[in-house]
Write a protein that binds this ligand. Structure first.
Ligand code: UDX
Length: 441
């Protein structure tokens, strides 16, 4: 079967390469010539573990190719996957302009029966709207169907998530379209992946509800962590014991500097806005957003407190800039808030990240931040070292070596990577998120 995937971001490229691996013939289309040129030269425009191997293998097998020519790709394809971006607009609604433009373009092109499969995260009602645009404007009297197939992949493990998803959600009114998409995902049937078949609106809602629920878990544990600090309790033990209750589960109960990334911040905003639009406010999600913003600011205060409130001209060493490990993505990363606030207060910033420095330089050029080559060189002369992202290489640092190169042994461990007592015993002034830092009596 021939498939077109429109959009070569995380979702589109992983889906395109993954579907090619399932035996489909896939053309990934993007409007941006530069992105297609990079892909055609054998490079991947962002860092995602395992993706290059997957792409290379399928390009070599001639099942995967890249093009800017939407018409030619669509004409050859039975299914067209939409994986274009839906960023937040200024009100927090999903900006659907790329989706809308694509619907207009598809209407001009469709030459035969096509199944349009939407992977982009879109508000409830969007799939029906896409179909109505194409039906109204189509040049040829052909039938089209639409399927909502939300994507749940995590950056950093996107390939694994595509190949072994917890579930596949397919929403459609058309049995014919559902049969075609099920056929595309046949390899997942064979590994007994649960398929949830629903209507369009339900599938759209599943995506938002799932992401908002995970974001809620994070904001919940972050607030519990903050309270733990106030009452002298240890959030790790609290989270562990909570997670042992199977109704709660252990995942997404790790406190930290707040969630970032391309999904949770955007999807919580969009769901809250949807609730307001329909006069059915989702108050929990409104609060989750507020708590998350406050958590990022709280991290700044933690760093400032380690410096006894004197930030001006102090050197701050940041370890990790991406919103989470194993990705170069810095969208909505807590590091951005932290850097902005500290620069505003006159700090000097040194920073290192294994892969996200180039992205970060686009926001904060070298005139504002001294970028370094590893954790130890970043720590040189620092008044405080801050672990912002829990990359593996920061989990087992030689803290004695760090202590030798810093100006002041202050460590802000915003991901709770280190044992507070051990770090204190090494002579560091230490702060983390929601754990007991004092020696037990
Ligand atoms: C998420 C969803 O997991 C995925 O299903 C969806 O399709 C897209 O959004 P992703 O943004 O790649 O994926 O990352 P994820 O691993 O879910 O982490 C999101 C954010 O939450 C990160 O900033 C992470 O640091 C933070 N987080 C996660 C916590 O602070 N604590 C946790 O316990 C888990």
């Amino acid at each position: 079967m021939h498939i077109t995937v429109v959009g070569t971001g995380y979702v589109g490229l992983v889906a395109g390469a993954g579907l090619a691996d399932f035996g489909m013939h896939v053309i990934c289309v993007d409007k941006i010539q530069e992105k297609i040129d990079i892909l055609n030269s054998g490079e991947i425009p962002f860092y995602e573990p395992g993706l290059k191997e997957l792409v290379d293998r399928n390009v070599a097998n001639k099942r995967l190719s890249f093009s800017t020519d939407l018409r030619s790709a669509v004409e050859q394809s039975l299914a067209i996957f939409i994986a274009v971006g839906t960023p937040s607009d200024e009100k927090g609604r999903a900006d659907l302009s790329a989706v809308e433009e694509l619907a207009h373009d598809l209407a001009q092109i469709v030459n035969d029966y096509k199944v349009i499969v939407t992977k982009s995260t879109v508000p409830v009602g969007t799939n029906r709207w896409i179909k109505s645009i194409i039906d109204k404007e189509k040049k040829n009297p052909v039938e089209i169907d639409i399927v909502s197939n939300p994507e749940f992949l995590r950056e950093g493990s996107a390939v694994e998530d595509f190949m072994r998803p917890n579930r596949v959600v397919l929403g459609s009114d058309s049995q014919r379209a559902l049969a075609i998409v099920k056929d595309i995902y046949r390899p997942l049937y064979l590994i007994e992946t649960p398929f949830v078949i629903t209507g369009l609106e339900t599938a759209e809602m599943i995506k938002y509800a799932s992401n908002a629920f995970l974001a809620t878990k994070i904001s919940f544990i972050n607030e519990i962590a903050n309270l733990c600090e106030a009452v002298g309790a240890d959030v790790h033990q609290v989270a562990k014991a909570m997670g042992l209750d199977r109704r709660i589960g252990p995942k997404f109960l790790h406190p930290g500097p707040g969630f970032g990334g391309s999904c949770f911040p955007k999807d919580t905003l969009a769901l809250a806005q949807l609730g307001r639009d329909y006069e059915s406010p989702i108050r929990i999600v409104e609060t989750v957003i507020e708590v998350n913003n406050a958590q990022k600011e709280r991290m700044v205060e933690k760093i400032v407190n380690l410096l006894d409130g004197n930030v001006k001209d102090k050197t701050i060493a940041l370890l990790g800039l991406s919103f989470k490990p194993n990705t170069s993505d810095i969208r909505e990363a807590p590091s951005i808030t932290i850097v902005k606030r500290l620069l505003d207060r006159g700090a000097k910033i040194r920073a290192y990240d294994p892969v996200a420095i180039d992205e970060f330089k686009k926001l904060f050029p070298e005139t504002l931040i001294t970028y370094c080559e590893d954790a130890y060189s970043t720590a040189e002369g620092a008044d405080v070292v801050v672990i912002v992202t829990e990359w593996n290489e920061f989990r087992n640092l030689d803290l004695k070596r760090i202590k030798d190169v810093v100006k002041k042994p202050n460590l802000a461990d915003l991901r709770n990577v280190y044992d507070p007592i051990k770090v204190k015993n090494l002579g560091f002034k230490y702060t983390c998120v929601g754990r007991i830092v004092k020696e037990p009596h």
